[in-house]
Write a protein that binds this ligand. Structure first.
Ligand code: SAM
Length: 399
């Protein structure tokens, strides 16, 4: 496989000479070329950045050196069977880099990487490149690095080790985390019993038993347990959470506002689609609106796998103290359809003070799914809402 990397810090890529990848390069399995972007800048100072049009903080990488560098990469590496590379541009706004993507890329003959710095690369460089080669923006994860070099080191290592001959024991590649959607089981080596100061730490006996079926069963169990504990998002929701009580609702605090806003957007986008309207109040609410809501209502939140997945709020109606107003009932879309919404309604109703005889809520008049859930929970359509266009009010007698 041929790999080209364009960067303003060629020395950042030095680790690609070490360890298994270094050996793969020496063995001719990996043909890596690192290019200094500055050598393609034409001015005296080898400038590669300028201030952004439209204002804003930071600098943007200019198009001219990038276009020249990418054209040079193509001209240098092109062969009859490999007319252009697949260009990968690391960026926090890209598609997630996963084991599955690494595997797909390991099947390609030629990859090129464009390492951005500062606020990123002028958008027209992507257009220039896309006219000449496939381009994919790839993110290492949901955080922001200073430059693409660290991402390239990670990606080249993950892709390179999948090439035949790079890792000595190919079997070890199959058993790893993320290959089949589960994390790997815990691993142990000698000594079987380790005297760790005051503690004695023994290897799980099954691993010393020689019973291969029992070892395989134990390892599989460990993989499931570890995945459920550390990465429940990798398992089907049914394997992780089934009831509201497992989520453990608690009253929201101001620090929950950001996550509530994210959940709100995720839950209301389908509503926008159904109603063909994107100005539904929860979709256009700002973080300050959400914070204000935390003061005006009692809001409850529930978590699964470290993620806020359920929320709902209620208050005594400012217009009628006998009415308990429910609102912002939200269940993360990946947990929908397992009855959690119904449980949430029941929970919010159970929080009504004795003085409230009626529960009230409103929803989009075209939100068939919500209306069905509310009907099943005993709510009856009262009237078209005079307060919010396109919504209906529903009520239920509590006592
Ligand atoms: N302004 C950009 C944004 O908000 O999307 C972030 C620019 S970042 C400070 C500078 C460079 O670091 C990016 O151009 C990219 O090359 C690299 N980078 C930062 N975070 C990354 C991530 N999560 N995955 C891959 N590359 C990343």
């Amino acid at each position: 496989m041929r790999i080209d990397v364009v960067t303003i810090f060629p020395e950042y890529l030095a680790p690609l000479d070490l360890s298994l990848l270094g050996r793969a390069r020496r063995d001719g399995l990996l043909d890596i070329h690192v290019h200094d972007l500055r050598t393609f800048a034409t001015d005296r100072h080898r400038t590669v950045d300028d201030s952004p049009f439209g204002g804003g903080a930071g600098m943007v990488m200019t198009p001219q050196p990038w276009a020249a560098a990418l054209d040079a990469v193509v001209a240098q590496g092109r062969t009859a069977s490999m007319p252009s590379p697949h260009l990968l541009v690391p960026g926090p706004g890209g598609v997630p880099f996963t084991q599955a993507l690494a595997r797909r890329l390991a099947g390609e003959p030629w990859l090129a990487f464009a390492c951005g710095r500062y606020e990123g690369i002028d958008e027209r460089v992507y257009e220039h490149a896309a006219a000449r080669m496939p381009v994919t923006v790839v993110s290492l994860g949901d955080y922001v690095l200073n430059g693409g070099e660290v991402a390239v080191l990670a990606m080249v290592e993950a892709i390179g080790r999948l090439l035949p001959g790079v890792v000595g024991n190919a079997e070890s590649l199959v058993e790893e985390s993320h290959e089949d959607g589960l994390l790997e089981y815990p691993v142990y080596t000698r000594p079987a019993v380790w005297a760790d100061g005051d503690a004695t730490r023994a290897v799980p006996p099954v691993l010393l038993s020689g019973d291969h079926a029992a070892i395989a069963a134990w390892r599989h169990q460990q993989r499931l347990a570890r995945t459920a504990q550390r990465r429940p998002d990798l398992l089907p929701a049914s394997a992780v959470t089934t009831t509201l009580s497992q989520l453990g609702l608690r009253l929201a605090v101001p620090a929950d506002a950001e996550e509530i806003l994210v959940l709100q957007r995720a839950c209301w986008v389908p509503e926008g689609r159904i109603n063909q309207a994107w100005d539904i109040p929860p979709l256009v609410e700002t973080i300050d609106d959400v914070r204000a809501g935390l003061t005006a209502y009692r809001t409850w939140v529930g978590h699964s796998g470290g993620r806020l997945v359920v929320s709902g709020r209620a208050r005594i109606s400012p217009e009628d103290p006998a009415v308990w107003e429910l609102g912002r009932l939200m269940v993360a879309p990946d947990l929908a359809g397992r009855g959690i919404g119904r449980e949430l309604i029941a929970f919010l109703e159970s929080q009504a003070p004795d003085t409230c005889r009626t529960a009230w809520m409103n929803t989009g008049d075209r939100s068939e799914r919500n209306l069905r859930i509310y009907r099943k929970a005993g709510y009856r359509r009262m009237r078209t809402s005079p307060r919010y266009a396109g919504t209906v009010e529903l009520t239920k007698r509590l006592r």
